[in-house]
Write a protein that binds this ligand. Sequence first.
Ligand code: ADP
Ligand code: MG
Length: 212
Amino acid sequence: MSDSKFSSLSLQPAILDNLSSLGYHEMTEIQAKSLPAILAGQDVIAQGKTGSGKTAAFGLGLLNKLQVKKFRIQTLVLCPTRELADQVAKEIRKLARAVHNIKVLTLCGGTPFGPQVGSLEHGAHIIVGTPGRIEDHLGRGTLSLEHVDTLVLDEADRMLDMGFQAALDNIVAKMPKQRQTLLFSATFPQQIQKIANSYLQTPAVIKVESSH
Ligand code: ADP
Ligand code: MG
């Protein structure tokens, strides 16, 4: 199917070239269903199993709209654990190879604040972090989200299971209301619907059963 090729999307040519060199030719189902809405700037809720390619779905969306020359935090990706945040940051850096000088910074708990504050002072385009630590930085005034125009909630069901609801509420309250919000989850319990209603605006809802 020709419309499952990345080249059918309005991605920057350098990003498309990089996808070819990474061996990403065909979109996975969740990518094919969510990327048109993501690239159009819509809010999106996407439900898909582990391994369905959710990281590239939001990663390509945020990279394609990033204003590289504006060296300020434009995207916040929230993940439930440090391990997942590291994986997401690694995948975004891989997808960003084509787009020079993109700075991705991870901010997770279990690490001293000092070096993170130092890194924040040097600046970043994209922050990937866990809700507790992001909330802490906001409380200390060491992180500002005033220029964030894209918020990604990755593995939202796990973040809620881990008790991050209040942290998420606090973080979202400190972000511009005018933004694109993308919510990814493997399952869709009632509690997800509730946060989706309060954080997202008229989202496109995408559900994929298979893993590819
Ligand atoms: P999920 O977050 O849905 O569990 P990931 O985003 O971690 O899945 O992707 C799973 C694996 O598939 C990763 O190793 C990623 O590099 C790879 N991948 C994602 N999309 C594609 C694609 N379109 N073509 C080839 N490999 C892909
Ligand atoms: Mg994932």
